[in-house]
Design a protein around this ligand. Structure first.
Ligand SMILES: *[C@@H]1O[C@H](CO)[C@@H](O)[C@H](O)[C@H]1NC(C)=O
Ligand SMILES: *[C@@H]1O[C@H](CO)[C@@H](O)[C@H](O)[C@H]1NC(C)=O
Ligand SMILES: *[C@@H]1O[C@H](CO)[C@@H](O)[C@H](O)[C@H]1NC(C)=O
Ligand SMILES: *[C@@H]1O[C@H](CO)[C@@H](O)[C@H](O)[C@H]1NC(C)=O
Length: 612
């Protein structure tokens, strides 16, 4: 589940993927190589140390890890004082590079003079590799090795990956992908984000004639005893729910159209004071105008309920009349409250319902006061809190449970959408998602694990059944998800909104009717190793012509903090999920982690296979 409030989704921070690959250099210091070696101190050496090699049986080896095949430049830096030596650089027995030092007699002075031998365009394979220096033709005085620089042509590989601090997974296989159907393709729509709780990976799946496909969720290909499920918002944009706030508002500072500076002035909020003419009760009014972003921009601020707060300090009079009105979506003034302040300080708070504010035009909040000495403090509008989703039991048997959820606020409610579930003729309305649970007896007698969550916006999350565990209630988190149904990849928040889901408990079949008129049937099946969702009987509304029939949604910030890092098909890849590859052809696409992640460590890899 993504924590990040849709309202602050970082569309405005959207950082597009650069098409140019940059090289990153990793230095392998000889003195850090494993094994007993003679280490010498040299003032001109990197890290002021070298390894002295005198015997042909000596060997310096450096393990490294790569999540995919790359091209690299390899540079060996050394010193010697004497005759020629031949050095061989072997990389995992596939590369066999040699260089000769030549003779350089300096009476000992040359040991502190460093030279380099470089090899460019060296292919380094994916996996756990070893770079080894061997010395067959050594001069009698030997040679000192300072370091090896490996300059890798890749935008994403980090020290944690290259130095194998994060474990690599096994290579995925693509066996038995049928050739009876033409290939489709993935299209890159991802962007960079600093926030691990945002779905920045967006890969749209296209096929001209698809009528059936299967999604499969499997455990990660790496073996890790980490089980990190903590949400991490430490690098996410400010989650502040304050739309605007003004302090110390009074006639002296706000009157005569002085635009008051505010404590929090987001959303183009300004406050202006006016003298009120021809009103028997009120002498002054303070007006806040502000904009809010809503559904059309991929935000919820203009749509979700909000809370208005203000503290009134009484002016010179013994009592002050206050009136609060607003003008929002309806464009008409609405009276919110009218009251008398006759103590010293009164703090008020008002709940403003969903769909009050406009995303199309300016909103107004007006405070009228009978006494111009009245001071308004802590005058603020904040986003309403999202209450917990209310579960609805739709179907229960000893084997399977289907639960629906009514959300306090659902992001597609502004356009009147919600999910209706039908089971054996009974209807359940106003849902934002359903979760399907199956019995997992190894977790306890009455233990049910969710294997499928389907959101009204078409998002599908799948899980393999959980491992056996001594920890009661052990569970696997969701990670990569898939929008099932045609969506517009250009939308800020792409969706394939579903209107009705008809569930057949006996077969775990669900018939989906989409808001655009499209239909499909999904059927869940599971084994201990994978959970599969078969999507069949697909028909599409003509209005969705040319759009992707499914889209992967996932997250990559950096290796180690990612729900996926790679994508591969039976024809192409692996490529990085944020890579500038444009298109990737195939019938089967796997969005997976090649490298261990400490974000939702055991969330599954997701495979999509086009079958007809
Ligand atoms: C590497 O090259 C040397 C000669 O340059 C040769 O003797 C050796 O067999 C080669 N090793 C491999 C693994 O190809
Ligand atoms: C788990 O993730 C959190 C958030 O990213 C991080 O602070 C913590 O160090 C991680 N724990 C482990 C054991 O990796
Ligand atoms: C900001 O608010 C002012 C009124 O205070 C309005 O005239 C202007 O159009 C608003 N700007 C935007 C970008 O909406
Ligand atoms: C749906 O549920 C929400 C939250 O409980 C509620 O505010 C809304 O009025 C409901 N809508 C309908 C059509 O029942």
């Amino acid at each position: 589940m993504k924590l990040v409030h849709p309202a602050i989704s970082v569309w405005h921070l959207l950082l597009l993927i650069p098409a140019v690959t940059t090289a990153v250099t990793f230095r392998l210091e000889a003195e850090n190589a494993a094994g007993p070696h003679t280490i010498n101190w040299r003032s001109a050496a990197s890290n002021v140390r070298t390894v002295f090699v005198i015997s042909a049986s000596d060997r310096l080896s450096f393990p490294f890890c790569l999540y995919r095949q790359v091209t690299a430049d390899v540079t060996v830096t050394y010193s010697h004082d004497g005759g020629n030596s031949d050095v061989r650089v072997k990389v995992d027995n596939t590369q066999n590079l040699t260089f000769s030092t030549g003779a350089a007699y300096g009476g000992g002075a040359n040991w502190n003079v460093f030279q380099s031998a470089s090899f460019s365009g060296v292919t380094l394979n994916r996996g756990i590799q070893k770079l080894a220096l061997t010395f067959q033709g050594l001069d009698t005085y030997g040679i000192e090795i300072d370091y090896v620089d490996v300059s890798v042509d890749d935008d994403f590989v980090t020290d944690d990956v290259f130095r194998c601090k994060l474990l690599l997974g096994a290579e995925p296989s693509f066996e038995g992908v049928g050739g009876g159907v033409s290939a489709g393709h993935l299209e890159q729509h991802s962007y960079h984000t600093p926030c691990p709780e945002e779905d920045n990976v967006h890969l749209a799946v296209y096929h001209d004639t698809v009528s059936q496909y299967t999604l499969r969720a499997t455990n990660p290909l790496y073996r890790s005893m980490y089980d990190n499920k903590t949400h991490d918002t430490s690098t996410c944009p400010n989650l502040d729910a304050t739309y605007w706030r003004f302090d110390d508002v009074d006639a002296d500072t706000a009157l005569n159209n002085v635009i008051h500076s505010s404590a929090v002035a987001q959303n183009n909020a300004t406050l202006t004071g006016y003298l009120v003419q021809n009103d028997v009760t009120y002498n002054v009014k303070y007006v806040v105008t502000f904009d809010l972003k809503g559904f059309k921009k991929g935000f919820i601020d203009a749509d979700i309920h909000s809370i208005l707060k203000a503290t009134f300090n009484q002016g010179a009079s013994s009592s002050t009349n206050i009136k609060v009105t607003y003008e929002g979506r309806s464009g008409q003034p609405v009276l919110l409250d009218e009251f008398v302040v006759s103590g010293s300080t009164v703090t008020k708070s008002w709940d403003i319902p969903d769909m009050t504010w406009s995303e199309d035009h300016l909103n107004f909040l007006n405070i009228y006061a009978s006494d111009e000495d009245t001071m308004v403090n802590d005058f603020q509008l904040i986003r309403g809190y999202m209450g917990p989703d209310q579960p609805v039991d739709i179907f229960n048997s000893d084997e399977v449970r289907l639960q629906g959820f009514v959300s306090d606020f659902w992001w597609r409610r502004p356009v009147g959408e919600s999910l209706t579930v039908v089971v054996r003729g009974q209807q359940f309305k106003n849902l934002s998602r359903v979760a399907l649970y199956v019995q997992t007896p190894w977790s306890g007698v009455n233990s049910y694990q969710q294997l499928l969550v389907l959101y009204q916006d078409g998002n599908v999350r799948l899980l393999p059944v959980p491992y056996s565990s001594p920890t009661p209630g052990y569970w696997i988190p969701f990670g990569t998800s898939v929008i099932c149904g045609k969506s517009n990849p250009a939308d800020l928040r792409p969706a394939a909104p579903i209107k009705t889901l008809t569930f057949v408990p006996e077969t775990l079949e669900m018939t989906l009717d989409y808001y655009d008129g499209s239909t499909s049937k999904i059927t869940l099946a599971y084994t201990v190793s994978e959970t599969a969702l078969k999507v069949t009987d697909m028909t599409f509304s003509p209005s969705t012509q040319g759009r992707p029939f499914a889209s992967f949604r996932s997250m990559f910030v950096r290796f180690g903090s990612a729900d996926s890092d790679s994508v591969q098909s039976e024809l192409e890849g692996p490529e990085h999920v944020l890579g500038a590859w444009g298109n990737l052809g195939g019938r089967e696409f796997l969005v997976f982690r090649a490298v261990e992640s400490h974000h939702l460590t055991h969330s599954p890899d997701i495979r999509l296979t086009i079958e007809a």
